[in-house]
Design a protein around this ligand. Structure first.
Ligand SMILES: Nc1ncnc2c1ncn2[C@@H]1O[C@H](COP(=O)(O)OP(=O)(O)OP(=O)(O)O)[C@@H](O)[C@H]1O
Length: 293
């Protein structure tokens, strides 16, 4: 268990056709540190294509940066010894947007949990293993008897996501890298999920990097936020400060783009039923025949 995960001057370029330079810079000189102590929640927020998932892939060691380094306990993750790499793989756990892709549809969901137990050598005893699985399922507010023995398609999206959180709970990593984990969940299930992450921070001292394009989720989680635009981190600070006193023009733009419900506002222009029918008729009318040349 290491105390720090650090990105130092990370740059990620990809070859791209149709661009004069022949490449795009998805991540542009990004540096930040995630500390394990005290445990923190840090959100990385930015619009689609700003480089968030690429950073997640860099941190998880799935994509080697073109320049700069990702350091775990001060060591470059792409230069770790086998034993150090195994420790890092256990200590830095991903949670992705679509857990469906992680489950094999032909196997019961239990397999994901048993495989984690085996891979990381948590126990050799079957009864102890089942005890750990059940404890972790309850920690993410799932009843073991309602999910064990089922196939992925027999669970809801929220249940599948919580099974991935149960896996995290069993492994007790120092860091969770969560890439858009709630964007496919409805508001209530989303809140459940975020509350579990906050429990993990408080009760099990886990630090989360939470990647999202949704500022309301950032607001709910609290902690710190980093704002990313075109591959660059343009602002970092406590959520309350950044939300109320944004210092970068891009953050202001992002905040201004949130629709504000106004109970006093009324729709001023109304479309009458007649008008709608007229439009439908116009659409249904056959197109004029093409002239014969
Ligand atoms: N493997 C790749 N090859 C080429 N270009 C890539 C690759 N991966 C990402 N990109 C490009 O890098 C840029 C950043 O992509 P990335 O997926 O990191 O953005 P994002 O902020 O996570 O977007 P979203 O919120 O839509 O997932 C985009 O222009 C994307 O098209």
């Amino acid at each position: 268990m290491k105390s720090e995960l650090e990105l130092r001057g990370v740059q990620q370029r990809f070859h791209a056709r149709g661009v004069a330079s022949g490449y795009i810079t998805a991540v542009d000189d990004v540096s930040f540190t995630l500390a394990a102590k005290p445990p923190q929640v840090v959100s990385l927020v930015g619009q689609s294509g700003s480089g968030k998932s690429t950073i997640a892939r860099n941190v998880l060691g799935l994509q080697k940066p073109t320049a700069g380094s990702v350091l775990y306990g001060g060591k470059d993750i792409f230069k770790l010894s086998r034993a150090e790499y195994d420790a890092y793989r256990r200590d830095v756990q991903p949670v992705f947007q679509d857990p469906y892709a992680i489950f094999n549809p032909f196997y019961r969901v239990d397999r994901v949990l048993w495989k984690a137990l085996k891979k990381f050598g948590l126990t050799k005893s079957r009864s102890k293993g089942l005890e750990l699985i059940e404890e972790s399922l309850r920690a993410v507010r799932l009843e073991p008897e309602n999910v064990l023995g089922r196939y992925p398609h027999q669970l809801s999206g929220g249940q599948r996501q919580r099974i991935m959180l149960a896996r995290v709970h069993m492994l007790r990593p120092s860091f969770i890298i969560a890439d858009e984990p709630v964007s496919m969940l409805d508001a209530q299930v989303r809140k459940h999920f975020l509350d579990i992450l906050l429990d993990f921070q408080r009760e099990h001292a886990m630090t989360t990097l939470f990647i999202t394009h949704d500022l309301s989720t950032v607001y709910y989680l609290g902690g710190e936020v980093m704002v990313i635009n075109k591959g660059q981190i343009v602002e970092r600070g406590p959520v309350s400060t950044v939300m109320h006193e944004p210092s970068h023009p891009y953050t202001k733009l992002l905040l201004d783009s949130i629709p504000q419900p106004d109970p006093d506002a009324r729709w001023t222009s109304r479309i009458s039923v007649d008008e709608l029918e007229e439009r439908a008729d116009a659409k249904a009318a056959p197109a004029p025949e093409a002239p014969i040349l």
